[in-house]
Design a protein around this ligand. Structure first.
Ligand code: F6P
Length: 411
């Protein structure tokens, strides 16, 4: 049995489950009596070695004791925590700085590694793939991101925990929304992908879910559809509502907003006020003013301890990475497909990522598809997904209503 030297790093935005992958890799490697070196802050760790800021021994993860207060100790405790014990970087591309790139390649050589396990998302895996090509590294990639948008895998590490956070937030917000007859808009991360908003929204009981794949921007039709959905709730005596919007949805002019949830609130209030003015004349006595609030879940979605499924996935992925190195199978992405761990050629994955990043219209490498069974599920439940409100048509505005959302407009 040949002893091997394995490097491991986490790169890109952190997410729950990274430490669980590290723990699995360390445990499986220790069983083979291999050494695992943990690179601090992604590929920056190689620069530290090149610049002699750290010695290889400092990076050794195997045969170490990780201790918590009390008697809880050993590598196993790592799987419980979110974040990354190695640290991660989500900024900068070494390709744009020849000196940085040279130092990274030098550091890799100096560590004398047999293989590198990179845990990353679409952006960071692309960068590491290019470095690996240039430095002839033996690379195994493990997909992680709460956005779940790495191609060719059904699950990325961290996604399920983030769905849980969104689901729990919606549940919690239901009670305050109901107590005050409010609409609460929840802005969810996901970058250009809507998986997190869609799954969290369905599981959390949202009435409206807006994701970039189905609602690239907030057209007047979409705003009108949102208002009609909220008005329809009132006809069933429900005066509160939950709206989920993914951060990747753009404003009415197809431009990115810093806080798309706040923008949506302003626009719905205006549109809604105008509709109320119209409906008032039609004697809809039940219709009420909609009081709205916005909650931005932000980095809470990245920092929750990994749920059981993320720990399992992380563990299975970590073990698979070691198996691939044992067999000398490199340049693979470890994936979850059809109920089991599998592998895909990294080349194919990176090509898909590169193509999508060049596509201005659809920059997401693994978007929610229109025929996704969960899209169908949401529609069957009556969740409004931003479809054109055909049944309704555009309401013609009443010119007498100059201040659409003032109380004078409201029954
Ligand atoms: O890609 C993961 C992610 O959390 C996205 O959902 C989000 O848009 C982005 O990272 C936030 O990045 P940062 O932590 O740099 O603000």
């Amino acid at each position: 049995m040949n002893s091997k030297r394995i490097g491991i790093l986490t790169s890109g935005g952190d997410c729950p489950g990274l430490n669980a992958v590290i723990r699995a890799v360390v445990k499986a490697a220790e069983k083979e009596k291999w050494s695992v070196y943990g690179l601090p802050y992604g590929t920056d760790g190689f620069r530290d070695i090149a610049d002699k800021k750290r010695s290889p021994e400092e990076l050794l993860l195997t045969r170490k004791c990780y201790q918590l207060p009390g008697e809880i100790r050993g590598v196993d405790v790592l799987q419980f925590f979110s974040g990354s014990i190695l640290g991660s970087i989500s900024k900068g591309d070494p390709d744009k700085d020849p000196e940085v790139k040279a130092a990274i390649l030098r550091g890799y050589e100096m560590l004398n590694l047999d293989a590198l396990i990179a845990i990353g998302g679409d952006g960071s895996l692309k960068i590491i793939y290019d470095l690996a090509e240039e430095g002839h590294w033996n690379l195994i990639a493990i997909p992680k991101t709460i956005d779940n948008d790495v191609p060719l895998t059904e699950f990325c590490v961290g996604f399920t925990t983030a769905v849980e956070v969104v689901t729990q937030a919606l549940y919690d917000l239901t009670f305050t929304a109901a107590s005050h007859n409010r609409i609460i808009i929840v802005e969810v991360m996901g970058r250009d992908a809507g998986h997190l908003a869609l799954q969290g929204g369905i599981a959390g009981g949202a009435d409206i879910i807006l994701i970039p794949e189905l609602t690239p921007y907030l057209s007047l039709d979409v705003l009108h559809g949102c208002c009609e959905k909220l008005l329809n709730l009132q006809q069933y005596d429900r005066y509160f509502g939950l709206v989920v919007i993914a951060e990747g949805v753009k404003n009415q002019h197809n431009k990115k907003e810093d806080r798309i949830g706040d923008y949506l609130k302003r626009e719905i209030q205006e549109e809604y006020g105008q509709i109320l003015c119209q409906k008032k004349h039609q004697d809809f006595c039940l219709l009420k003013d909609m009081d709205m609030r916005v909650t931005v879940l932000g980095h809470l979605q990245r920092s929750h301890p990994p749920v059981a499924w993320d720990r399992l996935l992380a563990t299975a992925f970590g073990v698979q990475a070691i198996k691939l190195i044992e067999k000398g199978q490199y340049n693979k992405l470890v994936v979850w497909k059809k109920g089991k761990v599998d592998i895909e050629p990294l080349y194919d994955v990176i090509q898909t990522i590169k193509k999508s990043h060049e596509d201005k219209e659809c920059p997401c490498p693994s978007p929610v598809r229109e025929d996704d069974c969960l899209v169908k599920t949401a529609r069957s439940l009556g969740i409004y997904l931003g479809d054109r409100p055909e049944s309704m048509g555009r309401v013609k505005l009443d010119s007498s209503c100059s201040s659409p959302f003032s109380h004078s407009c409201v029954n």
